[in-house]
Design a protein around this ligand. Structure first.
Ligand SMILES: [Zn+2]
Length: 302
C-alpha cells in the first residue's frame, strides 16, 4: 500500500468535509466551509514529484505527445490571452514540462521575452533544453528567484496537481513586479464534461488533487492579498473526450490512448474548414456560460 498524506482544504484550510466522488484509488471530498472539491488523502509520491519522473518515458516523451505539445495550436488560446496582458518582458513558466509554451512564445514573437521554465521532471526538461528553452530543474518553492523580478508567471495545468497551491500563488506574488501578471489554467469542475460524466471523466485521475470551480479559484486567489483577478474565463472544449468517456463508462484510459486522441484532435484543429468553425462556435458558447473544459485566471500584482 502506497504511503498516503492527509491534508486540509487547499483553499481555506478547513478540516470538515463530506464525501464527493470515489473512483479506483481516487477519493474526492468537498470542503463544508468553502465548497472546494479535492483529493484526500493523496499518495505521498505525488507530493514529492517522484510519481511524475516515472511517467516521463510513457507519456511526456512519446513522439506523438511531443508533436501535440509542440503543435502551434496547442497553446493558441493561452498565447493569445498571455499577449493581451504581457506584451514583453521576463517570463517564468512554472511546471513547464517539455517547454512547449515557452518555445511558442519565442517562435511567435521573437526577442520579445526573456524565458525561463522550471519543473521537477528531469527527462521533460532535457527535451525542453534540446529545443532551446532555458530551464531550471528544481522545485518552484525551493528555489530563490529573488523578489520583484518577473513580468509574468504562468501555470498551465499545474495547480490541479499541487498539494498546497496557495503557497505557489503567494510565492508568485513575491516574484512579480508591481503590475506583473500571473496566469493559472486548471480543469473546470463546473464544465459540461464534468457535469455530464462525473467521476467517469478521464481527468478525474490520481494526478489531479484539486478540482476548482470559478468560485473556489477566486477564494484561493483571495488568500494572497497582493494578487487581484483581472480576468477569469472558461476555455477549451474537447467533444471527443466527452463522447469516449461517456461510452467508456469510466474505464481507465491508457497513456497511449490519451496521446493517440491528442494527436487526432490536434490534426482536426489544424485542418480548418467548417468542422473547425463549428467546433470553435461551440467552444465559444460553452466558454460564455462557464461550461468549457478549463478555467483560466489572470491575476495582477498590486
Ligand atoms: Zn475549504
Amino acid at each position: 500500500m502506497a504511503a498516503m498524506i492527509e491534508r486540509p482544504c487547499p483553499v481555506c484550510d478547513g478540516r470538515e468535509t463530506r464525501p464527493h466522488w470515489r473512483k479506483g484509488d481516487v477519493t474526492l471530498v468537498q470542503c463544508r466551509a468553502c465548497g472546494m472539491v479535492f483529493a484526500n488523502p493523496v499518495p505521498a509520491a505525488l507530493a514529492s514529484g517522484e510519481h511524475y519522473e516515472g511517467l516521463a518515458a510513457g507519456l511526456y516523451l512519446t513522439a506523438d505527445k511531443l508533436a501535440a505539445d509542440y503543435a502551434p495550436v496547442r497553446f493558441e488560446r493561452e498565447l493569445k490571452l498571455f499577449r493581451q496582458f504581457c506584451p514583453q518582458g521576463k517570463v517564468l513558466d512554472v511546471g513547464c514540462s517539455t517547454g512547449g509554451f515557452l518555445f511558442q512564445l519565442e517562435a511567435r514573437w521573437p526577442g520579445d521575452y526573456e524565458r525561463l521554465g522550471t519543473d521537477v521532471v528531469g527527462p521533460a526538461l532535457d527535451y525542453a533544453t534540446s529545443r532551446g528553452v532555458t530551464v531550471l530543474h528544481e522545485g518552484f518553492l525551493e528555489h530563490d528567484f529573488g523578489g520583484g523580478q518577473f513580468d509574468a508567471l504562468t501555470m498551465w495545468a499545474v495547480a490541479e496537481h499541487l498539494i498546497d497551491p496557495s503557497k505557489f500563488l503567494a510565492k508568485a506574488a513575491v516574484m512579480l513586479r508591481p503590475g506583473g501578471h500571473c496566469f493559472v489554467l486548471v480543469p473546470n469542475l463546473k464544465s459540461l464534461a464534468m457535469r455530464l460524466l462525473g467521476s467517469r471523466y478521464r481527468y478525474v485521475m490520481v494526478e489531479h488533487v484539486n478540482y476548482f470551480s470559478a468560485a473556489t479559484l477566486r477564494r484561493l486567489v483571495a488568500r494572497v492579498p497582493d494578487l487581484e483577478i483581472v480576468a477569469l474565463r472558461s476555455t477549451h472544449f474537447n467533444p471527443v473526450v466527452l463522447w469516449q468517456d461517456w461510452r467508456g463508462q469510466g474505464r481507465r484510459v491508457s497513456d497511449a490512448e490519451r496521446v493517440a486522441l491528442l494527436k487526432r484532435t490536434t490534426s482536426w484543429k489544424q485542418r480548418g474548414g467548417p468542422l473547425r468553425w463549428g467546433y470553435r462556435a461551440v467552444e465559444t458558447a460553452l466558454g460564455a456560460v462557464g461550461l468549457a473544459d478549463n478555467l483560466v485566471a489572470v491575476m495582477e500584482k498590486k
